[in-house]
Design a protein around this ligand. Structure first.
Ligand SMILES: *Cc1c(COP(=O)(O)O)cnc(C)c1O
Ligand code: SF4
Length: 351
């Protein structure tokens, strides 16, 4: 980890000032994380690829480390350097090339929206907590790849700020847990937050932004779903799936468990060059999600984050794609094409 601003895997930066707790055996999902792939060479070897097949960059991997779960790896095609699942996680040479004007470290000006440690408040009625910087995978296009997670985490026994803010402002009807990936927190940490939330009458919705049901389906275990089902208000889970092949049987089971726990399920995807920028893939994506009980939310245009310019799809092309989807799918299966414009009172819906 060369840069302390990068999301870490599992919570290595957690303050140690917590009361001593009896050590508990690692759960299945924690064991899966322990065997995650964390090196470019191992990733290539696991897929029978050589650095000659694909222009990778060790420098890019140094800057934002490789991280792929075993279950995601299992869905990638061996020997295919253009595999759309692999390309989401592969540090490529393009990341190190000079970036077009406007590409920067904090493309969304998140620092200006900070309301205390790990709390972002940009939009009416919604408070967003950066619950942890940890993720189960590192997506190369991530808009938070340069976010100062080490300074900005609302978790780690510091939920007090979240609770205080929610109690002080009764217009905040929704708490969004984001990250990183909030479900990387242990059940114990999540319980520390969820239990007091039940006592805040003005809080009507809890929303969780997570990629784990898909990239680490083992995380959605009975203990987690019992915890989530205990939230008295409406539970919303927004997953992040970019390509239909991400949805295998295990992901389907995890999503089904969340629905059984009472969650409303939505998906947000990012429109990515070479990954999901064609009509057939988009058609398959939103229909496969619907088969699993997940409704469309946003299709985001890429945020101009430094190192990700090679993923960009121009807005005009995105609009054409959405029009084509609209002609072919029921209205409720067409996502909102959106872009985040810093300083606007909501995400900008383009189509
Ligand atoms: C994206 C975002 C939200 C949620 O916006 P929705 O349009 O409700 O999905 C809330 N707060 C912040 C800081 C965000 O970036
Ligand atoms: S896109 Fe989500 S899962 Fe991927 S690195 Fe960013 S925060 Fe983590």
């Amino acid at each position: 980890m060369s840069d302390p601003a990068m999301p870490s895997t599992l919570d290595s930066r957690t303050p140690t000032a917590q009361p001593a707790r009896t050590p508990v055996a690692a759960t299945d999902w924690q064991l899966a994380m322990q065997s995650a792939i964390r090196s470019l060479d191992v990733l290539l070897a696991a897929l029978s690829l050589s650095p000659r097949d694909v222009a990778v960059s060790a420098a890019a991997a140094e800057q934002f480390p490789v991280l792929v779960t075993p279950s995601m790896l299992a869905r990638m095609r061996r020997g295919d350097p253009r595999d759309p699942l692999l390309l989401q996680f592969l540090p490529r040479l393009e990341e190190t090339l000079p970036q077009p004007a406007g590409y920067r470290g904090d493309p969304l000006d998140e620092r200006t929206a900070l309301r205390g440690e790990g709390l972002l408040q940009k939009y009416a009625g919604r408070l967003l907590a950066v619950a942890t910087g940890a993720c189960a995978v590192h997506c190369r296009y991530c808009f938070r790849r340069h976010f100062p997670y080490s300074e900005q985490q609302a978790s780690a026994g510091r939920w007090q700020g979240v609770l205080t803010r929610l109690r002080e402002d009764p217009s905040l009807h929704e708490l969004i847990l984001s990250g990183g990936d909030p479900l990387m927190l242990t059940d114990r940490r999540l319980a520390d937050l969820l239990e007091p939330l039940a006592g805040i009458a003005t809080l009507r919705r809890l929303r969780i932004h997570t990629r784990l049901p898909v990239v680490l389906p083992a995380r959605i275990d009975a203990s987690l779903t019992a915890l989530l089902a205990g939230f008295p208000g409406t539970l919303v889970v927004v997953v992040h799936v970019n390509h239909p092949r991400e949805l295998d049987a295990a992901a389907g089971t995890a999503l089904c468990r969340l629905r059984q726990a009472g969650a409303l399920l939505f998906n947000q995807a990012v429109l990515l060059r070479g990954i999901n920028d064609d009509l057939a893939t988009q058609m398959a994506l939103w229909q496969t999600l619907a088969d699993t009980g997940v409704m469309p939310y946003y299709l985001h245009l890429l945020d101009p984050v430094a190192g990700a310019a090679h993923f960009d799809v121009p807005e005009s092309e995105a609009r054409t794609l959405i029009s084509a989807l609209r002609e072919r799918l029921p209205g409720y299966l067409v996502p909102r094409l959106a872009r985040e414009v810093p300083g606007e009172p909501a995400k900008t819906v383009l189509a």
